[in-house]
Ligand binder design. Structure first.
Ligand code: CU
Length: 170
């Protein structure tokens, strides 16, 4: 009888252990819906995708871009032309509000060693892509923290007069 009690106690103990393990598994399954509800939030965090292109006619396909303030912007610049970047290079440069665009572009056009982003004036650059030739593309990420209107331009020499526009963050 004592042996039987011992066996019973042992069995009970083992069952409890198993049920404890089962509880842990249950805990895991209850966290699954939480991770599922996190998924849409992650999608929001993936950012707002913007695309803009430049061509062999020295033009952007957009002169106005609207973005939400405080959200990650994923911007892709595509050069839809065929010309080499040494003759028809394009980049997309976003300037801080209040920047003198003509002065900046003049400085940038001479900055051949730094991909047309001038050392003197780069503090005015909010975001920029690299310079692209025909068929190439570049994607950058940035966040605008202050609502307002920002100038964007291509800083390849002599392009900004035709290749510029406004980014409106709201
Ligand atoms: Cu250009």
């Amino acid at each position: 009888m004592k042996k039987l009690n011992y066996l019973l106690a042992f069995t009970l103990g083992a069952t409890m252990l198993i049920s404890c393990g089962g509880d842990k598994k249950k805990d895991n399954t209850t966290t699954t819906p939480e991770t599922q509800t996190e998924t849409p939030a992650k999608e929001e965090n993936q950012g707002v995708k913007i695309s803009i292109s430049g061509d062999d006619q020295m033009k952007f396909n957009k002169n106005e871009i609207r973005v939400p303030v405080g959200e990650k912007i994923i911007l892709t610049l595509k050069h839809t032309g065929k010309m080499d970047k040494s003759v028809m290079g394009h980049n997309w440069v976003l300037l801080a509000q209040g920047t003198d665009m003509t002065a900046f572009a003049t400085e940038a056009a001479q900055a051949t060693a730094t991909d047309y982003i001038p050392e003197n004036g780069k503090e005015n650059v909010v975001a920029h892509t690299k310079v692209l030739g025909g068929g190439e593309s570049d994607t950058i990420e940035f966040t605008i923290t202050e609502a307002g209107t920002y100038d964007f331009l291509c800083t390849f020499p002599a392009h900004f007069a035709l290749m510029q526009g406004k980014l409106i963050a709201e």
